[in-house]
Design a protein around this ligand. Structure first.
Ligand code: AMP
Length: 355
């Protein structure tokens, strides 16, 4: 196993005949399949074990066929079946996580977007180099607890859903802190969270130009995170800690939001810088990505994280958002991916959007 083909070889079957849009049945897959079907693609749902029963409840989003594997981590052994279906894989957070980033980039099947980005996103250190060198404002980072001059969030690498993240109001609250693994001590930014859904099209020559393509803002959401989002009902932070209750940041859902119009230039600026730097660092990021940040009371947008693929927050806009409605009607992120694929095939530019 492993990568044997060049991008041109991998993409050739998709040039020859229309592909199936394939992804793992989870995360944003209902939206991805629905958008692909609306644009006339065949769809392939990859699942561990039997196809999920809840798909029967959503006939417009149910894929045309399923590929069941015993475990998603073993998908690398199903390359032939993916090839038979002439698949293009649409990465999403769960797809990459279940398979593991190393295995994901080794799949010899066309992936929508630049697979090089996965290496830059899955390593928090590399991600920081990317964002900082792009000139994007980020939360301060402290090399050790003695430097801390305000509230902090301690993030352990690989902590799923922020489980094990640790909040401290000030330096004193960090006294006696004994890290249990690789971590970063980051400024806890006070403000309001926004998760901005962008799409970068290298094919487009109209709209908000960045590099040789265009940056589209298709929506924004806020994540519902358990238990932090409702914790205030139980009392103050110190009280909770004394009671042995720790905040966690496990995403349980998403809600739609819009930003004050006068703040839009700030998020566009962050999105554009991230794209421009990605072009210099690894040949560019293509398609959906999400800039995750906090708008402070000084109206500064501090970016604490990016996701370099479709995020589940886009699920709140299956029929478009207050932003995508101003780009085209009924434009979900899932449908936007399908449209880009369609255009790239029609213009013989698939190699610019697949890897
Ligand atoms: P992350 O794993 O970096 O996406 O962080 C998980 C959650 O922790 C975010 O969705 C925010 O609610 C919160 N968070 C992360 N970083 C910060 C920060 N620097 N300041 C305030 N809240 C943060």
């Amino acid at each position: 196993m492993g990568i044997a083909l060049s991008t041109a070889e991998r993409v050739a079957p998709v040039v020859a005949r229309p592909p199936s849009v394939a992804t793992v049945c989870s995360h944003s897959s209902l939206q991805i399949f629905y958008g692909a079907k609306v644009e006339g693609f065949r769809t392939l749902g990859i699942c561990a074990g039997s196809p999920p029963k809840y798909y029967d409840a959503f006939p417009l989003a149910k894929p045309d066929e399923f590929l069941s594997v015993p475990k998603l981590a073993q998908l690398g052994g199903e390359i032939e079946r993916l090839k038979q279906a002439n698949s293009v894989l649409i990465p999403h957070g769960s797809f990459v996580e279940y398979l593991g980033p190393e295995k994901f980039v080794q799949l010899d099947i066309p992936i929508f977007g630049n697979r090089a980005v996965i290496e830059w996103e899955s390593d928090r250190e590399k991600e920081r180099v990317w964002l900082e060198s792009a000139g994007v404002p980020m939360p301060k980072r402290y090399a050790n607890p003695s430097e801390v001059d305000g509230p902090v969030i301690v993030k352990y690498y690989g902590a799923k859903g922020g489980k094990g993240f640790f909040l401290a109001k000030n330096r004193q609250a960090l006294e006696g802190f004994q890290p249990t693994g690789p971590h970063v001590i980051q400024q806890y930014v006070l403000g309001t969270r926004y998760y901005i859904h962008f799409f970068y099209s290298p094919l487009s020559d109209t709209g908000y130009r960045v590099g040789s393509g265009s940056l589209e803002l298709l929506g924004m959401d806020r994540r519902d995170e358990a238990n932090i989002d409702e914790l205030y009902k139980l009392g103050g932070h110190e009280e909770l800690l004394r009671a042995g209750i720790r905040p966690t940041f496990v995403v349980t859902g998403n809600v739609p939001v819009v930003l004050r119009e006068s703040l839009l230039p700030k998020v566009f600026d962050a999105g554009a810088r991230i794209i421009e730097r990605s072009i210099e660092l690894f040949g560019g990021m293509v398609g959906p990505f999400c800039v995750e940040g906090i708008m402070t009371e000084e109206l500064e947008f501090k970016v604490f994280e990016i996701s370099t693929r479709i995020v589940a927050g886009t699920n709140v806009y299956v029929h478009g958002s207050p932003y995508s409605d101003l780009v085209a009607p009924d434009l979900s992120m899932g449908r936007r991916i399908a449209l880009e694929l369609k255009r790239a095939r029609a213009e013989d530019r698939l190699r610019e959007v697949l890897s």
